[in-house]
Design a protein around this ligand. Structure first.
Ligand SMILES: Cc1cc2nc3c(=O)[nH]c(=O)nc-3n(C[C@H](O)[C@H](O)[C@H](O)COP(=O)(O)O)c2cc1C
Length: 270
């Protein structure tokens, strides 16, 4: 899905900048064409050489860089981009974009592009919860910027709370979602997946070899394409699809039948 997509990856000066290298690798693995732009402060954390090696393209670090002789670089890249992802996004870059400041290559490119911009913030919990950052996020959401919220957990600064960079696979899912046409919006999908188990006694049960993979994949695509989804799942070893989908867990065939009957009137597609 990301094959050949022109993606600008903006890297700013947060501790999670090292994760941007792994993220770049995930994009390249999906054959996206990735152009990395680093702020001056990002280069205090990771070297441009890492990104150049992984992307196979020059990394823009200089506000006055030229990509092609006659073209102004930030405009050329802003025009070329189909998506701009800033990962990690510092409190500083959020503030600059919200305030309309364009004082380096990345912030100027964001102002100049018409492509969607996805921001993946990462910072100390107190910074994330500060009135300034909250206000800036609100402003940016209102203006149509996309966010992948930070997760909760132990932070590099030693604090515990919200502020750590979202899981990279979740960011990839968000990007694939952004590139997917919402042609199934308005449809309500009822998907069944996985095996059922019929207990023989408290230890043993009869089951079948269903893995659930097909149902999970259908549920994921229906959701990505804008549908609402209820996934009725027998016991599987699969992780739930990354977009938030309502999952009803069942075990026996009778539980599966009941759950399906309950949701049938709600659904438009089974
Ligand atoms: C060791 C260290 C770690 C930092 N980590 C973060 C961070 O995770 N998130 C953040 O918003 N700022 C962080 N900062 C502060 C930013 O580097 C600072 O606000 C800087 O101006 C960001 O510049 P940029 O947005 O142009 O890259 C950190 C600073 C230092 C010295």
């Amino acid at each position: 899905m990301l094959k050949g997509k022109e993606i600008v990856l903006g890297v700013t000066g947060g501790i999670a900048a090292y994760k941007a290298a792994e993220f770049l690798r995930l994009l390249v693995k999906r054959e996206a064409s990735v152009h990395v732009v680093m702020t001056r402060n990002a280069q205090e954390f990771v070297t441009p050489l890492t990104f150049q090696t992984l992307s196979g393209k020059p990394v823009v670090t200089d506000p006055f860089a030229l990509i092609q002789d006659e073209k102004i670089a930030h405009i050329a890249l802003a025009d070329l981009a189909e998506l701009v992802v800033i990962l990690p996004a510092t409190a500083n870059i959020l503030g600059k974009i919200a305030a309309g400041i364009a004082d380096d290559f990345l912030s100027t490119l964001v102002m100049a592009t018409r492509a969607p911009v996805l921001l993946a913030p990462s910072m100390n919990v107190n910074m994330w919860e500060s009135a300034a950052v909250k206000k800036n996020v609100e402003i940016l959401i209102q203006r149509g910027f996309h966010f992948i919220e930070p997760g909760e957990g132990e932070l590099a600064c030693g604090w515990y709370g919200k502020g750590r960079l979202a899981e990279l696979e979740d960011v990839i899912e968000k990007i694939e979602d952004l590139f997917t046409e919402k042609d199934l919006a308005g449809e309500r999908f009822l998907v069944t997946a996985g095996p059922t188990q019929e207990p023989i006694d408290p230890v043993r049960f009869l089951t079948n070899r269903s893995s659930g993979k097909m149902g999970y994949a259908l549920a994921l695509m229906a959701k990505r394409r804008g549908g609402e989804v209820v996934l009725i799942s027998g016991p599987t070893s699969l992780r739930p699809p990354r977009p938030v989908i309502r999952i009803v867990s069942v075990r026996t065939a009778e539980e599966m039948r009941k759950a399906v009957s309950e949701h049938l009137p709600w659904s438009t597609v089974v």
